[in-house]
Design a protein around this ligand. Structure first.
Ligand code: AHG
Ligand code: MN
Ligand code: MN
Length: 330
């Protein structure tokens, strides 16, 4: 018997008598945006959606047509959701308050990376959407403000991703745990397929862009050497896997265990990935699944953001692998 994501979240919220069901409505809206984006992704190559859009985003990165489509879809759907007071997106310079009468009454704000893994769009590899939900700190009844979007990751109410892979899945975490839902195309619903996901405590896959190793710190280089040399010793044969879509690399890490790293290096001390759109949501998922996530010294979820688009190094995945890596880079 299939359980749809909607049925599941409603059942979960019923465990808390004071819950109003707003969060399930918001997750449903994000899921709807995911289905619309998925629909375009599945036609990529047939319709004119591949390739560059011709502009750069606030981070100076080239925007692809699908980046723009995904961004606009999420912005539009969340605007008509009565549960979202405003959004911040990797593709927009500033946060965007929704100023209509319904939205200003909403309790939540959403931050997202609308299309993660842009460089993989044109080559038909897995890409995704990442989102984080926070309860606003500004007063309900007024437009949301920048401080709503600068809360540390441990204030996330829920976070998740949609992966457009060999199948399409939505995975989300709350403090209660992590659950995965596969899109059943014939009914157009995400259905529970991966209940109570747990990241194995140990793993044997390390996932990092090793092409950057000339720029690594000594500690980072030593850890990568430790991973490479592991095949010489019995008992810890490590393998390297790196797709270059964080969502895809993290989905594998969550299911199979392992470590995903995007470190700071000599030219980019804070690495590449964005704290608010990529690191925090993935860190919440990992922690709720029993894994661990740090920036090299501190727990990712404890970092207090100072600006919307700030970058942050990340080491995340199987608890024991992250701890081992820390011994090298601390
Ligand atoms: P985005 O497509 O949203 O800009 O994110 C790309 C990110 C992330 O998905 C991936 O892990 C990382 O960039 C890969 O970067 P490198 O090519 O530098 O390894
Ligand atoms: Mn991304
Ligand atoms: Mn992106």
């Amino acid at each position: 018997m299939l359980i749809t994501m909607d049925e599941f979240t409603i059942q979960e919220t019923r465990k808390f008598p004071q819950a109003t069901g707003d969060l399930s409505a918001l997750l449903r809206d994000i899921g709807l945006a995911g289905k619309i984006i998925n629909n375009q992704v599945r036609k990529a190559g047939l319709v004119d959606i591949l390739g560059k859009h011709g502009a750069t985003n606030v981070q100076g990165e080239e925007q692809m047509k699908l980046d723009i489509f995904a961004n606009e879809t999420l912005i539009k759907i969340l605007k008509s959701s009565s549960e979202c007071a405003g959004i911040a997106s990797e593709e927009n310079d500033d946060h965007l308050p929704y100023e209509d009468a319904y939205s200003t009454q909403a309790k939540y704000v959403v931050l997202f990376d609308p299309l993660d893994g842009s460089s993989n769009i044109d080559v038909n590899a897995s890409i995704g959407t990442i989102f984080a939900i926070y309860k606003r700190v500004s007063p309900v009844g007024t437009p949301c403000t920048q401080e709503d979007f600068l809360q540390p990751g441990n204030k996330q109410i829920a976070a998740g991703y949609i992966i457009y892979g060999s199948s399409t899945m939505m995975v989300y975490a709350t403090r209660l745990g992590v659950n995965g839902f596969t899109l059943e195309p014939s009914i157009g619903e995400f259905c529970l397929s991966h209940p109570n996901m747990k990241c194995p405590e140990n793993g044997n896959i390390y996932s990092i862009n090793q092409g950057n190793s000339v720029k690594y710190s000594e500690g980072m280089l030593a850890y990568v050497n430790y991973c490479m040399e592991s095949n010489k010793e019995e008992g810890r044969p490590y393998r390297q896997r790196y797709i270059g879509s964080m969502v895809a690399d993290m989905h594998r890490t969550l299911i199979k265990g392992g470590i995903f790293i995007y470190p700071g290096d000599k030219s980019s001390p804070n690495g590449k990935l964005r704290l608010q759109y990529e690191c925090n949501p993935m860190a919440l998922i990992m922690e709720a699944a029993g894994g661990k996530s740090v920036d090299g010294a501190n727990n990712t979820l404890e970092i207090v953001p100072t600006e919307l688009h700030q970058r942050c190094p990340i080491f995340t995945g199987s608890k024991n692998m992250v701890k081992k890596a820390m011994e090298f880079v601390k």
